[in-house]
Design a protein around this ligand. Sequence first.
Ligand code: GLV
Ligand code: MG
Length: 308
Amino acid sequence: MPRRSCLAVPGSSERFLEKAPTVPADMSFLDLEDAVAPLEKEAARAKVAAAIREQSWDDRVLCVRVNAWDTRWTYGDVIEVVSGAGARLDEIMLPKVENAAEVVALDLLLTQVEENFGLPNGHVGIEAQIETARGLINVEEICAASSRLEAIIFGPADFAASLEMPVLTGGVQIPEYPGDHFHYVFSKILMAGRANGLQVIDGPFLKIREVQAFRDYCMRTRILGYDGKWALHPDQVTVLNEIYSPSQDQFDRACAIVDAYKQATEQELKGAVMFGDEMIDEASRKMALKFVSRGERAGLKRSEAPGR
Ligand code: GLV
Ligand code: MG
């Protein structure tokens, strides 16, 4: 399933919960963590479970972010939400993950809840957020910790706080820094995620009124190969669905490379051939297949080429 746009929905707000299915995000997560005030957290569980059960959600990925293991809410969040939401809940997002054991603990808890409430074993997936110094150091073991893991997410706001960066807004460009202050972090998380077959997602951009700056910032992780990014507002969803999809030209070219390479290897029995003015081989096919699968996920159709 695509996760180009991942919409954050505060779990304590009936108004936002009601609106969420109408926003065309690939993935929505109903939040019990930092977007919910401590005194609202326990009441929000039932609101989130009811919204999942009773509202009509298309085929998007539907997720709940629970509170981190260093609070007193995690187990209650998981039990109440998974048992109350039923089979439509696809996954739980675990924030501030610091080591593999935290993912294993969630996996074990989910297994018991699934068994007690009639859900198939392994039904609920896990997304893990990397947003502390310790989490980044352990990201490789975290990404390999459970077969339930589907995505790894960078959380820039908490990460900036954890590193004690002298910034007051997370997830935006720091103009004074000569380069990209998160380049190492983006690359490290991407490698750990891909080595374990996970989708890799960039977190929030907090200046929600600055649409052009958001668009520019998204290009960083899009170019590195991330699958998508968080949206804090419906306008950000529109931008993300465009930016994290291949363009029609890229999609058409990738399809043409796959066809040309198939023809070369199967008909002409050659492993490397010219495609226009460029040499293509098996690695070109692998690169092209990524564009083809992402384009298909984004609903693209191949253009009619003249003569085809
Ligand atoms: C997201 O949770 C972040 O801290 O950036
Ligand atoms: Mg966070």
